[in-house]
Design a protein around this ligand. Sequence first.
Ligand code: 4FV
Length: 252
Amino acid sequence: MRYDAITLFPDMFDALSAHGVTGRAHQMGLWRLKCWNPRDFTHDVHRTVDDRPYGGGPGMVMMAGPLEKAVRAAQQDRGDDAPVVLLSPTGQGFNQGLAQEWAAGSGAILVCGRYEGVDQRFIKRCVTHEVSLGDFVLSGGELPAMVMMDSVVRLLPGALNDAESARQDSFNAALTGLLDSPHYTRPEIYENEAVPAELLSGHHARIARWRRDQSLALTLGRRPDLLERAREQGLLSKHDEAFLAGLSQTER
Ligand code: 4FV
């Protein structure tokens, strides 16, 4: 798995490649990252990568030339036909399903915009995918790129020491598509509150049932859309439906 990042701030990516689960996976060689700075593909003394917007308006726009040269250099260096992804609010909404799709691939070239955005002619010539982290505006595409890579790298075999934990994830469409159940660890009593008895029972079926019911209740309360999708995908058992029916009874 190889990622290339087109960015004016390559040092930002140390946050991913030098820390935590993604840092360990990087050290283990499970994934690689190479950063390309568009400034290195300029020829003027000011190493200019942005200019004022045609048509006027606030802010600056990233120029197509340095961006395209950086992408072509990354493509040359990779030697494969990797997707070229622009992180942008205009992109397709990112989610766990997409993370699982990208985890099955060989990586991508991630283009991190700055300023108001990038010249449209660069997008037309080079970009194969646009991805958005959500309906908000950031100062740059670096953080979204790192979020996307983090959610993918942790799904790589061997990245998490207990492979099982990725399967338990919230939104893991393969399993539940529901929100995760609450988690507890030592101490057994914290500020006079005990860990739920089911979790101390050692009775795996009872524990699984308790966690499932917690996920169902939480998802019903906070993300009924996910519950509906799970129902449509046939992911809800009769037991689940009976529990949910009981819930809505009590609420009535
Ligand atoms: C963004 C998002 C985002 C827009 C202009 C970078 C900024 C600046 N990227 N999901 N939301 N990007 O706000 O992905 O160039």
